[in-house]
Design a protein around this ligand. Sequence first.
Ligand code: ATP
Ligand code: MG
Length: 652
Amino acid sequence: MAPMSEGNQQSIEALSAEHRMFPPPAEFAANALTNDRTLFDEAAADHEGFWARQASELVEWSRPWDTVLEWDLPYSKWFLGGQLNVSANCLDRHVAAGNGDKIAIHWEGEPGDSRDITYAEMLDEVSKFANVLTGLGVEKGDRVMVYMPMIPEAAVAMLACARIGAPHSVVFGGFSAQSLADRIDDADAKVVITADGGHRRGSVFPLKPAADEAVEKTSTIEHVVVVKRGGNEVDMVDGRDHWYHELMNGASADCPPVPHDSEDLLFLLYTSGTTGKPKGIMHTMGGYLTHTTYTHKYVFDLHPETDVFWCTADVGWITGHSYIVYGPMSNGCTQVMYEGVPNYPENDRFWEIVAKYGVTKFYTAPTAIRTFMKWGAEEPAKHDLSSLQLLGTVGEPINPEAWMWYHEHIGGGRCPIVDTWWQTETGGIMISPLPGVTTTKPGSATHPLPGVVAELVDDDANHVETGGGYLTLTKPWPGMLRGIWGDPQRYIDTYWGRFDDRYFAGDGAKIDDDGYLWVLGRVDDVMNVSGHRISTAEVESALVSHPSVAEAAVVGATDATTGQAVMAYVILRSGAADVTPEELRTHVAGEIGAIAKPKAIFITPDLPKTRSGKIMRRLLRDVAEGRNLGDTTTLADASVVDELQRRANEAP
Ligand code: ATP
Ligand code: MG
């Protein structure tokens, strides 16, 4: 248990201790872009100067900035006076440098069709589509909704918007008509870009009907552009709806990139809503592009001449914005984009794709890794994964055992792993190893990147040297959100209300004796058991360290004697030895202490997750406390909680 330093109230206790260490492999470090402390030292000595150097080296400006940073707490503005075109940075400059024939996207459709698109082709397509949008009356500043499957046209739509300065707002294709309508309304959007449908889990899911319903529920949409992908039957409204391929047929590929101000709005992205009504997070051009280009380059140790990068996120999430569209394309690298699910037609689809394209850098989420663990190591073993050089994770804390599994069965024991902590609001990666520099520990995001300043504090904003606390950011960074669309007060309340001079977006963390940071998840999820504040993440990781367990979700349920009691839901690994809840309780006690021993453990085939794959503990709390379920609209599969509820009611 963490020592309580005097006069320094600990907000979360630190229970587990991880001692396994993985220094950068010598050969990897020798070839890495950076393998010493230079970047850290430079950023520590001159925060603004460091970011200014990144902006001038990594981004092409049509007019240099006058002021690096204007910091008017809680608002930051970067590279003021500077002008750039984000899409020209992602396309034109690579073509101009002679890389027009280089593959930008190896696109893999779920049914097995595929397309290779070069940078020159991408530039043509984006230029044409920018002209199409202009032809539909879209002007700089107008908001455009993108509601698409994972097809290259999603990236084309985003970059075309960026080219003409019309902020896009991408809504994940799995969201309902109502979710789209709420976002259209909030953004006052003018155009929706969608598709007839896309392929998922072996069938076509229709998008256009949901887009129609959303457009009918709202009053601002003038045009709907429809990409043909699913081949499903759709209704087209005369004058309002247009086929993408028909508009593109007549469009000119001549669309010079006009310069935009660094602080012009690039996009709105509504957060996934794990914690409440979606917020339209605002990101602007110069700072965001600098941050994503820099982090994509150094965190993934990018060698654009040889790398094949694959980020498995959907473009509907911030990860897809920053590490499919903007970061990789600004860096001019070749990447893979995949339309479907990891288990179509079989559980080894991802590994087949890695082998097919020779993927070198692979970035996915802990939820996916735990699913792969559940399916078993024989799936990746069917393919040659020797092209892989580096692995990344994002989205949730990664349980140390899931990290070890990833390291061994996907990375062949040779690939550094970057566990990257960041948020929709931060725009890009904030806390992560640098793979040629940092010695990693399984489950720890390690340290803030050069240029990022984070501090752990207790309830009274005192510095926490070791132990648990609130994860805050004390200096502005270029990819920082510029506010919440249409709701400045909510921006202040949400991020600056808990501590008034530091950014706090709701995560707890701990620092171990070696100074490593461990993100413990949302502070709302912290349990209070007999006065001990315990993070769900640590109990979950203790459960996942049992050889029979693939995934675990833990919540605190009201308890008459202890205040809250630890309740656990556990998914077993396929083919694993049978295990009783009692054995697992004892295992947790042995791993992290009796105080964290779950009162009850339920073995379940599935867990409620958001559509971005994160465990929704709020709903599990409702189940555990026998309440009616709250808002379930952002759940990927609502039947999962119904089943858990049914079992809970049947329990004696
Ligand atoms: P909402 O804010 O709408 O509730 P969300 O927070 O899930 O949704 P994102 O911005 O996609 O939306 O996710 C950011 C959050 O994901 C972080 O605040 C953190 O809780 C979690 N997270 C991301 N990366 C990591 C990581 N490497 N380790 C631990 N947690 C992570
Ligand atoms: Mg969040």
